[in-house]
Write a protein that binds this ligand. Sequence first.
Ligand code: CMC
Length: 428
Amino acid sequence: MSTAKLIYEGKEYEFPVVEGSEGEKGLVIGDLRAKTGLITLDPGYGNTGSCQSSICFIDGEKGILRYRGYPIEQVAERGRFTEVCYLLIYGKRPSVDELRAFREKMNRHTLLHEDMKKFYEGYPPGAHPMAIMAAMVASLSSFYPETPETLDTNIVRILAKSKTLAAFAYKKSVGQPMVYPHNSLSWPANFLRMMFAVPAEDYEVNPVLEEALNLLLILHADHEQNCSTSTMRMVGSSEANLFASISAAICGLWGPLHGGANQSVIEMLEAIIADGGDYKRFIDRVKSGESHIRLMGFGHRVYKNFDPRAKLLKQTCDRVFAKLGINDPLLELAKNIEEHALRDEYFVKRKLYPNVDFYSGIIYRAMGIPTEMFTVMFTLGRLPGWIAHWMEQRRDKESRIHRPRQIYTGETIREFEDRGTKQLPTGR
Ligand code: CMC
């Protein structure tokens, strides 16, 4: 094992360097403070590895993403979402029989407990579906307590029920009756039916949309130590149960810099159109730094060349639109923005490329999914990744509760003077 030396205040310290299976190297500093009195300071954790993991590999410089070693392009083209769930969580691609058994097991758990339906009644009209999802998933822990014996079933439960929870949240928002799952359908088709079927009317799932949703779910399934997955691991490190940890991860995903970006992209494109469609003027405003406006759906902490998911999604947009024979001015606008930004020095210099959220919303729109549901769609896709990381952490003998340190910059010690009780405002 190679080592690296640190010289501090004239003394030399040696630390081991670990190497991952793809040649990534990391300095092991577990005893840094004990040896030197120092901690590392890395706001945003851009240079901090929080764990060793064998689930997902990203090479941001080359635009590579692999799930358990399989290139995302192949998984997206040939895989089914339930197969990817199995692959990520259990670490191997299921055989046909294993996949069949897994699907059958999942199909036994798609229903929600009838008492949970009452929870939906308490939300105000216009409640954001991410708020509903986070609360509903946390609530599952009150119906299905976690024990070593129930954990495996709880994994299947959340994968199966998540689509029902999400579709019910949508039905609540439009004031329609909830549609129960139909378990002869695939995971994506079952979800689309629960979203868009209405009682007493026939509903046929459009295979183009089923296929597109399968791809979208797969492309979102894992992305190593991003904000929500790190939240999942952070909360999981306290040995919080699976549902509680997922609920926290959902909240981590919600923000516009992470999964909420897909909603923000559409809102941005709509605002540009409402403002006359002058995207070049909008890009100039972004570049000027005015009001900290960002080009939503652009940029990534890890990808500095291109995001392979965005590439696949752009192709999917074209395919879905051609097959459905529809036109969306937002797609043309997004393409113009991409073309313009990729030639603009500001974006080139900072290595800012379209990310997964840039085109995904345009496909969701074509499916009829409302903008506020977009981040819920991301949640549904990311679930297997979160679960895989949570399980990996549980099995990792070196895992400890996550507890970073800080460099304190506040007041040094001072006296909290005794004012006497007379000076205090009455009634407090
Ligand atoms: N538009 C304009 N400028 C940007 C953008 C953007 N979208 N993203 C980064 N920059 C600039 C930023 O202002 C900074 O410039 P300067 O060096 O002059 O100060 C430089 O690029 C580096 O940015 P950063 O904020 O230090 O980069 P980061 O790695 O901390 O942030 C990011 C990554 C994804 C949060 C950021 O690129 C961003 O805010 N993008 C827009 C939101 C978005 O699309 N998020 C989805 C991310 S991908 C899917 C997911 O994870 O959910």
